[in-house]
Design a protein around this ligand. Structure first.
Ligand SMILES: NC(=O)C1=CN([C@@H]2O[C@H](COP(=O)(O)OP(=O)(O)OC[C@H]3O[C@@H](n4cnc5c(N)ncnc54)[C@H](O)[C@@H]3O)[C@@H](O)[C@H]2O)C=CC1
Ligand SMILES: O=C(O)C(=O)COP(=O)(O)O
Length: 527
């Protein structure tokens, strides 16, 4: 495995990567062209916020399976492109939140007390206290935009300053506001009108870009203090310069700029706005947390394990993952059967979860079924990341349903694969802790352990069929490991399901079909 680390992560993180035995190449500040040139050789890349991971990158990164974002915001990564290319994006959303929250408060205090400006004067050997009269946070109202991880950490810390905390976040439940003792504002306009201090903690999205603009500043009280420790451009830089010139904003701390690395912005000329070069996450603790977490996640993702912080696929807590692990295997195996046994394109895939399985997080199991379904017939790599998208692009409609009880099994997954002409069904269960069983195929009931090589034979339900097929396989040197027979109506059709020790040739299969009473024989690779 080859991993390229394109931005600085902590030594502890590097050590975890290196200890895995992978080849780890540290290439800091590598020019874009060079990165594109060398990336085909790598299986994974680790970046922070400065490396653009876009469609052009993925077009070159033909072997990359994992992009590790050593940090939180993923706005430098084109998630649609990553998903399309089947590349897992992992990040460390919690690992630097405390540092970002503390930097927010640091900027709030520093800008309110003009400490950086006073420091500059002192370093110029000027002792003058008069320009540096500041303002207290005590009993002021702080408006938080976005009460997520960092917004909430900032809220609880500012309450210790006896600030009144109000917030605008239309996407979270009222209970979260209550939990943190924060007053909810229904509109951004209300928040702008009431706040003495404003701090933004949203991701950068189409909706949040430029969200604090001239119109919003025009609603604010004169003397507003502002902090942006989230993403550049959420607070519009031109509008902020205007608001400062109008005396609406009298202090502020900005850690992030629209175009980074930035050396030009109207904010550079504003005396009362202090700037830092995106250092919100730059603490020893945050970088150790981030580095070690991303190293483990990238390695797990490369090993094909399900990782907790995958951004472009459903995430499961470790306990949930343990619960669904065997169902994932079963779902994938059953999905794999369809195109091996049927040639008709799938119109709709119906997945019915019943019994204990119905209570599980099934999103991932559905992806496992799709992965199994498409893998045998499409060239692109199919994985949990792109299985949903690939199915959609192929016009496969996926319908999931859940039934609390199953008459016969503790847990059961049934697939009904509908093509234009017919419906193929297959069902299975996890027996005991981790024993998989195929329990039904097209209405024929079994209790079969799926193994690598299997044969399915349909025959007329008449005496002597088992002997005939056994003899025929024996003559072709194919050893039967286990065999089960199931029939629907006596004297009509039966199905034999056999685990065999080796892969039969086309010729072997053709010979078996010549046996009198055999209707169809198909080979199935399940492992
Ligand atoms: N300066 C730095 O070094 C760091 C910056 N960050 C940035 O901080 C920001 C916040 O991160 P987290 O708290 O972890 O994110 P989060 O996802 O936990 O919280 C974001 C909150 O914003 C809310 N939100 C989304 N759109 C909104 C809208 N239009 N109006 C109001 N609220 C909206 C969401 O509902 C959510 O509650 C991100 O932009 C992240 O990239 C994170 C770490 C370090
Ligand atoms: O984690 C984040 O979202 C950050 O903004 C920190 O970015 P960085 O890793 O310091 O480039």
């Amino acid at each position: 495995m080859k991993i390229i680390v394109a931005e600085k992560i902590s030594d502890k993180g590097m050590e975890v990567l290196q200890a895995s035995g992978a080849q780890v190449d540290l290439k800091l500040k590598i020019p874009r062209e060079e990165l594109l040139e060398i990336i085909p050789a790598y299986d994974a890349i680790v970046v922070r916020s400065a490396t653009k991971i876009d469609e052009e990158f993925f077009a070159h990164a033909t072997s990359v399976k994992v992009v590790g974002r050593a940090g939180n915001g993923v706005d430098n990564i084109d998630m649609t492109a990553a998903t399309k290319h089947g590349v897992i994006v992992v990040n460390t959303p919690d690992a630097n939140s405390v540092s970002a929250a503390e930097h927010t408060i640091g900027l709030m205090l520093a800008s309110s007390r003009k400490s950086p400006q006073a420091n500059m004067a002192m370093k110029n050997r000027i002792w003058d206290r008069s320009p540096f009269t500041g303002t207290e946070l005590y009993r002021k109202t702080v408006g938080i935009v976005g009460l997520g991880r960092i917004g909430a950490l900032v809220a609880t810390r500012l309450q210790a300053f006896d600030m009144k905390v109000i917030a605008y976040d239309p996407y979270i439940a009222d209970s979260r506001f209550e939990k943190f003792g924060v007053e909810k504002k229904e509109t951004l306009a209300e928040l702008m009108q009431e706040a003495d201090f404003l701090t933004v903690h949203t991701p950068k999205t189409k909706e949040t870009l430029g969200m604090i603009g001239k119109e919003q500043f025009a609603l604010a009280k004169k003397g507003l203090h502002i902090v942006n420790c989230a993403r550049g451009g959420i607070v519009d830089e031109e509008a902020l310069a205007w608001a400062a010139a109008e005396g609406i904003v009298t202090a502020g701390g900005i850690d992030v700029l629209k175009d980074e690395p930035a050396t030009t912005s109207p904010l550079f000329d504003l005396e009362h706005i202090i700037l830092t070069p995106h250092i919100g996450a730059d603490t020893v603790e945050a970088q150790d947390n981030v580095g070690v977490s991303i190293a483990h996640e990238v390695l797990s993702a490369l090993r094909g394990e399900v990782v907790p912080n995958a951004v472009n696929m459903p995430t499961l807590q470790r306990q949930e993952l343990e619960q669904v692990k065997q169902s994932l295997k079963l779902g994938e195996i059953m999905g794999k059967c369809y195109y091996q046994l049927n040639k008709e394109p799938v119109e709709q895939l119906e997945i019915i979860y019943s019994g204990e399985t119905a209570k599980m997080e099934t999103e991932m199991i559905t992806l496992a079924v799709l992965k199994g379904l498409m893998e045998p017939v499409i060239q692109e790599k199919v994985n949990y990341v792109n299985a949903g998208l690939l199915a959609k692009n192929r016009g496969i409609e996926v319908v999931e349903s859940k039934i609390a009880d199953n008459e016969h099994y503790l847990n059961f997954i049934q697939l009904k694969v509908h093509s234009k002409e017919k419906t193929f069904t297959i069902g299975g269960t996890v027996f005991g802790k981790n024993e998989l069983r195929i329990a039904e195929i097209n209405g024929f009931v079994f209790d079969v352990i799926p193994t690598d090589y299997m044969l399915i034979a349909e025959n007329i339900d008449q005496p002597g069929m088992i002997g005939k097929i056994g003899t025929m396989l024996g003559q072709n040197n194919i050893n039967i490991a286990t065999m089960q027979v199931s029939r629907n109506v006596q004297g009509e059709k039966a199905m034999m399901f056999m685990a065999i020790d080796s892969e039969p040739t086309e010729e072997d299969l053709a010979k078996i079909t010549t046996v009198d009473g055999i209707l169809k024989v198909q080979f199935l690779q399940m492992g």
